[in-house]
Write a protein that binds this ligand. Structure first.
Ligand SMILES: NC(=O)c1ccc[n+]([C@@H]2O[C@H](COP(=O)([O-])OP(=O)(O)OC[C@H]3O[C@@H](n4cnc5c(N)ncnc54)[C@H](OP(=O)(O)O)[C@@H]3O)[C@@H](O)[C@H]2O)c1
Length: 317
């Protein structure tokens, strides 16, 4: 089988397509014939060697996949060959991948492989559920994988003010089409003033940021009293900076969040909820599809902010 492998950390050109042995399922695993690999920003960090998870070289890049079960491990009772599923695989950038059965979500027939990739939607759902009673939300990188799901889920939850920050005019248009009530290009010099004008004297109740650098500190200036700023990544590559003074006078809080420690029962419930929204056309993903062998180009486009929606590696039928 073919896989995207890594022999050193570095720029996208360290990714190589190589021939690898077929995976064999451990007792609690299943083997999936991969139909779509979801490219998540974390994959870029793993490739660069700056993510907490460090693969042993030569490594098949880990990743989110969807596809068809071809084989089940000896202890797997509740799944069978032929089922369409999605999940995170320790060696996911491959034509066949082993996945722990416990982490699998079954996809209904009407959900296509790329549409059924759930990491971005689960992350967004988790972020939006970390606090309650909020009436306004600011979402950075709102046209991206997580961001575009967060905009739609905020709309589904009935949040009256959804302020989307993006890096281009085209992305602004896209987030408006998803339900953002306001769209700001935060590469314009007066973006913070634009945001402050929209937020008004009461400020915004919830801010979601995964760009890092100085942006969260700037965003904190528009937080409402008792507001919440959630940091969940730093795609700028710069450490997140926050001025605690900004929080004190507002009794505001900053919290971190990761999709990887959602309790299993909650993850299962939310996954089913999200699959139902996808199946009924209420939660959409714009798919940027690259051939599997073009993983390096997909990584490069995402690093250079050229991506909109969900980036996916796909396979010929
Ligand atoms: N904590 C968690 O559980 C979790 C889970 C999934 C993802 N994440 C994090 O969430 C973020 C988004 O992930 P994703 O997979 O959905 O990626 P993405 O948003 O589709 O792509 C990254 C986006 O970040 C924005 N960005 C801002 N400054 C950037 C810079 N200097 N360089 C590159 N990009 C920059 C760009 O959008 P604009 O041009 O519009 O700014 C870019 O398109 C990442 O930081 C990721 O690590 C966290």
């Amino acid at each position: 089988m073919k896989a995207v492998t890594l022999n050193a950390y570095g720029t996208p050109d360290v990714l190589e397509v190589t021939e690898q042995p077929m995976p064999v399922p451990a007792p609690h695993e299943v083997i999936v014939k991969v139909q779509a690999v979801g490219v998540n920003y974390a994959d870029l960090l793993i490739r660069q060697g700056v993510y907490p998870f460090i693969p042993q070289f030569p490594a098949v890049l880990p990743g989110e996949i969807s596809g068809i079960i071809t084989q089940t491990g000896s202890e797997v009772q509740h799944l069978q060959a032929g089922q369409r599923v999605t999940g995170h695989a320790p060696a996911g950038y491959a034509t066949y991948a082993a996945i722990p059965a416990a982490g699998i979500t079954i996809l209904p027939d009407q959900v296509a492989p790329a549409a059924g990739l759930l990491t971005h939607s689960l992350t967004a759902q988790h972020l939006l559920e970390q606090t309650s009673g909020y009436r306004s939300v600011v979402i950075t990188a709102a046209a991206g994988g997580v961001g575009s799901q967060a905009v739609q889920l905020a709309k589904i939850k009935g949040i009256p003010q959804i302020i989307a920050l993006t890096g281009s005019e085209a992305k602004q248009e896209y987030v408006r089409s998803l339900g953002a009530t306001h769209a700001i290009n935060y590469r314009e010099t007066d973006w913070l003033k634009q945001l402050a004008d929209i937020a008004g004297p009461q400020g915004v109740d919830l801010i979601l940021d995964a760009t890092g650098g100085d942006t969260p500190a700037q965003l904190a200036s528009v937080l409402a009293v008792h507001g919440t700023l959630i940091v969940y990544g730093n795609s700028s590559g710069q450490p997140t900076t926050i001025n605690p003074q900004e929080l004190i006078m507002k009794s505001a809080r900053v919290i971190g969040s990761t999709v990887y420690n959602i309790p299993p029962a909650q993850r299962q419930q939310w996954s089913q909820y999200l699959v139902d929204l996808i199946a009924t056309g209420q939660l959409l993903a714009q798919i940027n599809s690259y051939p599997f062998t073009d993983a390096a180009r997909a990584h490069s486009d995402m690093a250079n902010r050229r991506n909109t929606g969900r980036t996916v590696l796909s396979f010929p039928e």
